[in-house]
Design a protein around this ligand. Sequence first.
Ligand code: TMP
Ligand code: ASP
Length: 237
Amino acid sequence: MTIGSMLYEGKAKKVFATDKPDQVVQYFKDDATAFNAQKRGTIVEKGVVNNKISERLFLLLEQAGVPTHFIERLSDRELLTKKVTIVPVEVVVRNVVAGSLAKRLGLKEGDPIEPAIVEWYYKNDALGDPLIADEHIRLMKLATPEQMTEIKRLALKVNSLLQPFFRERQMILVDFKLEFGLHNGQLILADEISPDTCRFWDQTTKESMDKDRFRKDLGKIEEAYQEVLKRVCGEGL
Ligand code: TMP
Ligand code: ASP
């Protein structure tokens, strides 16, 4: 595998071309941002943790029949993936009230949401990734109605697979964000699944074990990421 030029640099990852036109390498950085990059920092070894956790979760989902962009983890920070055209919609699944849902609607943080809900956000940094409705997706032609139906089905399937996985590890999967992409016309799960893109609460203490520790300055950020790695992959660094 030869790694070529950088195609794109995002807030937490870089994407590189490879010698195969339909494969790319995601390189996971330690850079952390919050509130549309108004807050910036570094979470030491975050890239390694997020890469390994993503590998474990993509493998689990693939084995259960969810198509993903995952091919193989190449190194501590590099993930080989299928090249996709990202659908510019961030898909959030919620099992427990937290974050922007609590704030926007004045709901009580920690209240269960049953059945889980799925929300759409327009992936657009200039606009601050606003919450949008199905009609806006149709209006802006971000995806077809058939693709949105499939995305919702897959997002709920991911939830039904990840919830018990984390429960067995004494963690509550509060909510998470997914991104989908098109690869040769097929809709597949892309990006990453990690403590940057999920909320995990310890089942006993209800303490945050994710990027909320950075967003809210709760301290012990690196420790939390390492603990998630240990519970998910059974290893420390
Ligand atoms: P929210 O409550 O702030 O809308 O976040 C919902 C979920 O989405 C949470 O698990 C964190 C994740 N998320 C991202 O992955 N990227 C983002 O830019 C934001 C705002 C949230
Ligand atoms: N990805 C977001 C940003 O910096 C932050 C977040 O996850 O809250 O724009």
